[in-house]
Design a protein around this ligand. Sequence first.
Ligand SMILES: [Zn+2]
Ligand SMILES: [Zn+2]
Length: 120
Amino acid sequence: MPQSHNSISKTDTFSCIQCGLTVMTYDPDGDRRNHCPSCLHSRHLFDQVEGGPSDCGMRMAPISIAVLRSGDWMIIHRCAQCLELTSNPVSRDDNQLLLMRMAVRPLAQPPFPLEAFGDL
Ligand SMILES: [Zn+2]
Ligand SMILES: [Zn+2]
């Protein structure tokens, strides 16, 4: 994906809007990242969404995991202000405990009684 529209260098950092951690803009694999590897929070900025209204700068909370056909995991973020949803690739050093907790949450909290499966 061409990144010619930005001027971010490999050594740039940003501060996590949630926990204050100083985060390298590029992950260990050299891919650009937009969320904190510790708490997985992100920030709603224009270049995180293609063609979206966005750019509100508010905190984006990680709410779910999506798995692509390729097997790659994506984090689904929701903006605290405009409620817009975005998906961002998981990095190698992202908090694996938080990722797993989000991945199993739908199984741990099904919106219907699990006893229903007993009748199948
Ligand atoms: Zn953080
Ligand atoms: Zn927003």
